[in-house]
Unconditional design. Structure first.
Length: 67
């Protein structure tokens, strides 16, 4: 018979939960200005890493369509 690992799921995710808990505590300690700067920085990187490649893709698509 095959042995199974019976560790509860909550025990397996402990390191992940600890890092989320630390992140939550760090966010709670931020002032409104720091929180705004943090969100602005996240949005900047999201636009940079998602928006720029999408813009290049659309630009190339229009060039190919016109040719």
């Amino acid at each position: 018979m095959e042995k199974t690992h019976t560790t509860p799921l909550s025990k397996k995710n402990e390191p992940f939960n600890d890092s989320l808990q630390q992140l939550r505590q760090k966010i709670e300690q931020l002032s409104a200005e720091e929180c705004f700067e943090w969100v602005t920085k996240i949005m900047y990187y999201a636009i940079l890493f998602l928006g720029v490649p999408y813009f290049i893709f659309v630009l190339i698509s229009f060039i190919r369509m016109a040719a």
